[in-house]
Structures are given as C-alpha cells and as structure tokens.
Design a protein around this ligand. Structure first.
Ligand code: G4P
Length: 532
C-alpha cells in the first residue's frame, strides 16, 4: 500500500479523563468493537490503589501493566486505530502530557455526576497548546447526574472550547431512557445490563414523529422536543474543519459500563478524527507524506527485571516509512542506529514489525541512548518540537545516603530523569541535584528504583518552591543580572537552560512586576505555551 493510503488509514489518539470517570471502561468497549479483545474485563485498570498492597508492589504492578497496554492497535470502520494509554494516577500526569504530544486527537471522558474535574482542566490545557481535536463523551448517564445543559456550559467555561451536542439524553439516572441522535435522528433506547457489542437503534422520523411518544412516553417526548429546539437554536452545527483545528468539540452522552452510546462515539471518531498531520520541528514542518522517515521518542519504559538494564523507547512515526534493520540518524547524538527487533502492540501483544508508518508507535529496544524528545531521521538534521517539560509542583534536593555509592546515584538519577520519571535540575556551586515531580508517588518510585536497580540510597530534602520558570528576555543584560542576583534560586535544567525556582506564587508575581524585560514561562517551550 502506498504511503498516502497508509497515512489516510491511521487514527492515533488517547482517551483522557479524571481518574474514575470511565477511561478504562470506554477503552475496553472500543477494543471489543475493534475485535482486539473478546471478553469484558480484559483491560486492566492502571490505577494505583493505595492500601491494597504495599505501594511499591503496586508501582511495579502498574509499570508491568502500563508497558503492555501502552499502545493498543485495532481495526474499525476501515481504519487502523492506535490508542495510546495514559496513566490513571495524578502523580504521573507528566507522562500523560507527553503522551498527548504523540496523538492526533483525543476522546475526553466526563463523569456526568462530577462534571469537569481538576485533572481534566490540566489535560485540556495541554490539548489546547497543540490545538488537539477533542470528542467529548459524557459518561454514567445511568447515574443521577447533573443537568446536561449545565454540563455543556461547564465544559465551555472550564475547558475554553465550544461544544456541539451530537446526541441528547432522554432522562437521567433512574429516568434515563436512551439517547436521541441529532444527526441520524435515530433513537437508541437504554437497556441496562446489555453489554454485548451489538445494539440496534430505532429509526424515527425526527422528534416530531408520533412514534416517539409511544416509545418514551408523552412527557419525556415533549421535553426532548423542547430541548432539541433549544439546542438547534443555541449551538452551531458541527463544522468538521473547526473540530480538526481544536475549536469545537462534538459531545456524546452514554454509559460506557452499559455499552450504551459507545458505538456512536467510535463511529463519529472514525468519521471525523484526523489522520496523522504535519509536525513542527526546529527547521519547519514535516509532512507525514514526506518519503524520508522521521519520528520522536515520547516515552521510555525501563525493564522490570533489574538484572536487565535495557529499556523500551516508544517512538511515534511522523513521516515516511520506518523499516527494521535499517540505519537511522539519532540526531542529538549524531549517531547511526539500527533496530533488529522493533515491536508493535497489536491487540496488546508485542509483535516484531518489519515496517511502520506515520501515526504508528513502535517500541525500540534501548540500552540507554534515548531521552524523551529525541528525534530519529533518515539522515536529516532536525528536532521535533512540541514535547515541552512542564513545571513540576514539588521540588526536593537529593541527599546521598551512602557516600560509597555516589557514582551509582548519579547514574541512576540521570537515567531515571532521561526516562522522564521526573525532572532533574542542578545548582552550582556544589553540583546540587534537585528533582522536580508532579506528585509524591514519583519520589517513592525514584527512591525505590535507585535502590533496587542501581544499588544507591538517597533521601529527599524538601525545598520551598512553587514553580520552575524558564525565562526569555528582550534585554540580555537584564536577564544576566537577574541570574546573578538570584543565584540562590537559579538552577539548570537537563539541557543547561537557566531556570528560576520561584519560592511562592507571590514572589513569582513580584519578580514578574520587577523585571518587565523578562518573561517567566512554566513550560520549557514558549512559542505555543499557554501561561498559567
Ligand atoms: P478510569 O479508568 O477513568 O479511572 O475509570 P474506570 O473505567 O476504571 O471506571 C471507574 C468506575 O466507574 C468503575 O467502577 C466503573 O465500573 C465505573 N463506570 C464506568 N462507566 C460507568 C457507567 O457508565 N455507569 C456507571 N454506573 N459506572 C460506570 P469501580 O467500582 O471503581 O470499578 P470496578 O470494580 O467496576 O472495576
């Protein structure tokens, strides 16, 4: 098949949600439709449930699951779908942010009882940075949820995106009877407990069809009619182009657990979600149809077996064709590399692939030469952009607890942060190492892995910090002076860029006002970054 056909066939996306909204359940239903799994319950939740067993065992368990479910590929509606998994736990949010750089669109799951929750807002900020197209699935309609119009208002207000309902629920919770499809005018009646793949919808001739009254009752039918009139008056029709530019999000209602309204989302997804598109690099855009292969690493996974220090680097193919046993250029190291056993993840099983196309994600066996964000090409010298580091929320200084093992500690910290487990900053003089994380659990993972994989012991000493700020300026002298004066709070990131560790929100605000020539950024890439 020609390159263009392979591109057109592929849809690469992620399902995102606040924990417990129903991401795992929806994933499972998608995989059932795609024939990638045969039974419900086959997809394991990658949530870490505190208290069940020791946290470390849970971490290990989670790592084991997340490598096998990192990418799930399946066919549906004539398309080849790559579904990238994202960690469920908030403390690993940065991993999710990075995964979002490797997808072409997302499906956002909202719990109709809880509405838009904190983690959803953060994830959507990342989507907005890249104008990622979003389809919304409002889940758990079988529960007593909030008013659908309120939910739509909240989506628009909190996520800064226009919405367009594609279906509308008839009742909610105990009174939930089904959904009306605003486009096909089909009526899908709810049959709780029907979790099989097949479902049929009842065709009616629009909401004014008298059959509607007979099927759902007069009052619910009247309410549906007035709701539909309101929707058609208030919400613009879906413009697919605006959706693909991330400006408007189609919204579906359903219940993933009851396999209700799921097929509609999947059908809409294969109908409108974009195939792989152009990607920004430091030398301009790369088009997927460019015959020269290129791709970037967005995730690195360490081997669970401490005796084998090898890792799997997850590479998203961006252009051309990737071939097994072919030399490619590792741009950062300026080195030729070749892969004998690249893997794909069809039906959650690792299989060796001979070739891969734009939109595909392949696992590359790595002995430590990859960092998150590395670019691989057919010889061209450019680097993919748009894989920013986000300011961590917790900062701790690494204290070596075993002076005999300082080499191991250095190596471990460097490798773990290259893997993206956390961010590493150094401070001079003294070569102090500061680790920045999104959540407590990441520090536990680092300490545990340093001890078990590198034989090094460390403690973490809390340092007062609010945000890490990368800086740009219109006046180099002013920036130099700021760096000199604030030496105590200046550190270097992994690429040697100076970063200001703001001790508090108040101080950051003060420095912003006192230093108008300096712009303080909370992500490491500034051009498209949304400032917080
Ligand atoms: P997550 O990956 O987003 O964290 O959510 P997950 O799918 O694990 O779902 C969280 C909980 O919500 C699960 O219950 C799941 O069964 C339930 N759920 C998902 N979709 C629906 C729905 O449409 N209606 C209702 N009523 N519940 C739904 P749990 O008790 O936490 O887990 P489990 O024991 O069922 O696995």
């Amino acid at each position: 098949m020609a390159l263009q056909d392979e591109i057109e066939r592929r849809r690469t996306f992620a399902i995102i949600s606040h924990p417990d909204a129903g991401k795992t359940t929806l994933t499972e239903k998608f995989l059932l439709y795609g024939g990638a799994i045969q039974t419900a319950g086959a997809v394991k939740s990658n949530k870490i449930r505190r208290g069940a067993t020791s946290d470390f065992m849970e971490i290990e368990r989670q790592r084991g699951i997340s490598v096998s479910t990192s990418v799930m590929s399946f066919g549906y509606g004539g398309k080849l779908i790559n579904l990238l998994d994202t960690p469920g736990h908030r403390d690993f949010a940065e991993d999710t942010y990075r995964t979002l750089t490797a997808v072409d669109s997302v499906v956002l799951v909202i719990d109709c009882v809880k509405g838009v929750e904190a983690q959803t807002e953060r994830l959507m900020e990342v989507c907005r940075m890249r104008s990622t197209p979003v389809i919304v699935f409002i889940n758990k309609l079988d529960l007593e949820g909030r008013d659908p119009f309120d939910l739509l208002d909240e989506l628009e207000a909190k996520l800064s995106i226009k919405v367009r309902p594609m279906s509308w629920p008839i009742g909610i919770g105990a009174t939930f009877q089904g959904v009306y499809d605003l486009y096909s005018h089909g009526l899908r009646l709810f049959d709780p407990g029907k979790t099989k793949v097949e479902q049929s919808s009842t065709r009616i001739d629009g909401v004014n069809d008298p059959q509607l009254d007979a099927l759902v009752g007069e009052d619910p039918a009247a309410e549906l009619r007035s709701n539909i009139e309101l929707i058609e008056g208030v919400y613009e029709p879906l413009n697919v182009d605006a959706y693909r530019k991330g400006r408007i999000a189609p919204v579906f209602f359903g219940s993933a657990f009851n396999n209700f309204g799921v097929k509609e989302v999947l059908d809409a997804f294969v109908g409108i979600a974009p195939p792989p598109g152009p990607r920004p690099t430091d030398k301009g855009e790369v088009l997927p149809e460019d015959p020269m292969f290129s791709g970037f690493v967005f995730k690195i996974h360490a081997n669970l077996d401490p005796n084998h220090r090898d890792r799997i680097a997850f590479l998203r193919v961006c252009s051309g064709r990737f071939e097994r046993n072919t030399y490619y250029t590792h741009v950062r190291l300026d080195k030729q590399v070749r892969f004998a056993n690249p893997t794909s993840f069809l039906a959650a099983q690792k299989t060796i692939v001979d070739e891969a196309w734009p939109g595909d994600v392949i696992g590359l066996f790595d002995t430590g030469s990859f960092k998150i964000g590395d670019t691989l090409t057919d010889g061209a010298r450019f680097n993919f952009r748009g894989i920013p580091a986000f300011s961590p929320e917790l900062f701790r200084e690494v204290v070596n607890m075993d002076p005999m093992k300082s080499k191991q500690l250095d190596k471990g910290i460097r490798q773990l942060t290259d893997e993206g487990v956390a961010q590493l900053y150094t401070q001079q003089p003294g070569n102090k190492k500061i680790v920045g994380c999104v959540g407590e659990l990441q520090f536990e993972v680092i300490a545990y892995r340093l001890e078990h994989e590198y034989g090094a012991k460390c403690a973490f000493q809390q340092i007062p910090a609010h945000k890490a700020c990368w800086m740009t300026t219109t006046d180099e002298d002013a920036l130099d002076q700021f760096i000199r004066v604030k030496a105590q709070q200046i550190v270097q990131d992994k690429d040697g860029n100076p970063v200001f560790i703001a001790p508090s929100a108040y101080m950051l605000d003060l420095e912003r006002r006192n230093n108008p020539a300096i712009t303080f950024h909370t992500t490491s890439e500034f051009k498209t970054a949304v400032e917080q």
